[in-house]
Design a protein around this ligand. Structure first.
Ligand code: FES
Ligand code: FES
Length: 165
């Protein structure tokens, strides 16, 4: 007898559902069943932040959540992040402009952590940016440019009075 469960949730603004075994992580469910390959898997034990997604607007480590825990939730991955005109989101634009990515492995998690921060605090200090990103590791050690990019994104969002979320 199959032990699969049906999980229904919102993914990047669309209603989705799938059949999944209870032991499958949210990260594997998003990558394998929904092609959200921007959900990167580094440590798979909650340390690196590469697998960060937004669950009901809050960052979560999708390697530490089970897919079945997504029931009824609103999940956002890097694939669902767009700017107002349908192009790059201002945080993505700032990462590009500030050369805030090298190999790009940490980038989706960094960007989603920044989106959460700027949605809650449109004018963060550098210390607050550092604190907000402190759970995300960059193996290329590009932290200075990443912090600078988040500051740039904050300025750009304030100028256009856009909500980061
Ligand atoms: Fe989830 Fe590292 S892969 S925290
Ligand atoms: Fe390579 Fe951060 S850009 S891990």
């Amino acid at each position: 007898m199959s032990d699969e469960r049906t999980v229904s949730f919102t993914l990047n603004g669309s209603n989705r559902s799938c059949q999944i075994r209870p032991r499958i992580t949210l990260a594997d469910m998003l990558r394998d069943q929904f092609d959200c390959t921007g959900v990167h898997l580094g440590c798979e034990q909650g340390v690196c932040g590469a697998c960060t997604v937004l669950v009901d607007g809050k960052t979560a480590r999708s390697c530490l959540m089970l897919g079945v825990q997504a029931e009824g939730a609103s999940i956002r991955t890097i694939e669902g992040l767009v700017g107002q005109g349908g192009g790059l989101h201002p945080v993505q634009q700032a990462f590009s402009a500030a050369h805030a990515l090298q190999c790009g492995f940490c980038t989706p998690g960094m960007i989603l952590a920044a989106v959460e921060l700027l949605g809650e605090n449109p004018a963060p200090s550098q210390a607050q940016i550092r604190e907000a990103l402190s759970g995300n590791l960059c193996r290329c050690t590009g932290y200075a440019n990443i912090i600078s990019a988040v500051g740039r994104a904050a300025e750009a969002l304030r100028e256009t009075q856009e909500d980061a979320r």
